[in-house]
Write a protein that binds this ligand. Sequence first.
Ligand code: NAD
Length: 493
Amino acid sequence: TVARATPDSGRVPAGLPTKLQHYIGGQHVDSVDGATFDVLDPVTNQPYLTAAAGKAADIDAAVAAARHAFEQGPWPRLQPRERAKVLQKIADIVESRDQQLAEMESYDSGLPITQALGQARRAAENFRFFADLVVAQTDDAFKVPGRQMNYVNRKPIGVAGLITPWNTPFMLESWKLAPALATGNTVVLKPAEFTPLSASLWAGIFAEAGLPEGVFNLVNGLGEDAGDALVKHPEVPLISFTGESRTGEIIFGNAAPFLKGLSMELGGKSPAVVFDDADLDAAIDATIFGVFSLNGERCTAGSRILVQRTIYDEFVRKYAEQAERVRVGYPHDPSTEVGALVHPEHYDKVMSYVEIGKNEGRLVAGGGRPKGFDSGNFVAPTVFADVAPQARIFQEEIFGPVVAITPFDTEEQALQLANGVKYGLAAYIWTNNLQRAHNFAQSLEAGMVWLNSNNVRDLRTPFGGVKASGLGHEGGYRSIDFYTEQQAVHITL
Ligand code: NAD
């Protein structure tokens, strides 16, 4: 954990704006009341831009623009192929600007530049994927011979409200924007207030790709103001939300009187279970990556590692050694593996868990600021061993480069530990016993399971969690289902 570059050598991306506005009906506009908020750069924690702070009046204007674009068309009524052409163009533009996008994202969020680049490419892939999917879409038809014919009309729903978090913001926005637009809806996006920079690039990309004005609208602002107004807007029938479980609960309550369609992708405390017959080196590499990539600010992070007691000591020793070798550095440095956490508030939260962990487990790596980083939101990759299941660092989502390791003896114990938290987003299993792997996967309370592998998923598969990790699934046709009405038509033959 050594400083790899000085904070100012080539750190600031070219063309960095100092002011962000909303984007409503094809126009960049300030808030109705002129309010703004400051956005900090996570390396210095100095404000580097001001963004318009949207409130209910700004959301009203954005929803009106989106509603107008939906009613007047042509977007919802275009052939899927025509919409797909625009989406493919969006993907081309994102790909051609991946370096610039990554630099902006890395500067704003503190993500390591190489990882931000991967996320920009994934954003392009999301647009390509949903463009293909709507063109290939088939709709159900059912025939009762001689009696009845039934078929399904699939229709866009209207104005979709998209509320996104600050971790991998651009990619997560694309994950909602692409299917919402592909299916013919119009949208209002409310990006996270910690990281509004990359979202501001969508407006130019969409305009260049030929998306009609008013189809995409963006309102910056705080969750409790702009986000809240979007959730409570009567003309927004759908809310797709990604963020903390607690925020999901609030949104659920606020959307209830309107009976809105909700997709909830929430928090996690995902287990990685390592049995004694696993390929140990592969398991260590993967579980290091699983919690320290993306600064540990990853919803599917394998933040609890459960290890069979027969290999426990060896695992902990090797894991701690490898964690100490993970390179903390400035986000723009290509050799950096862990950058700066997004915001001082989040840094304080993660550091408070590091302190809690010192009383709850045995610290074997990290445990504070890395050497050479006296300011900025840098946290050394931190590993606690011997963590009991009732410990807060075992139960609560930390969302940083901090991991808890816990031993188990039997498969039953491992399952109990794995399922013994309120979350159920992802799980990782390491064993060479295939029968056990499949049976164990089946018993896990997790929306997604990786067997002897790490966090790579085909875009056609369902994405979502159980328990406090979410409600509903996105991914492949499940996203298409969420963003469309399915009307059944029955004809007597
Ligand atoms: P957050 O819940 O604080 O904020 C998410 C978004 O909701 C932001 O845009 C915020 O402004 C908005 N918001 C906040 N309060 C609101 C309210 N009352 N009404 C409407 N909108 C409101 O989450 P975060 O800290 O930005 O993101 C980190 C969390 O997101 C973690 O818990 C992480 O696990 C989760 N996450 C989940 C997934 C997934 O797919 N399951 C993916 C990424 C992140």
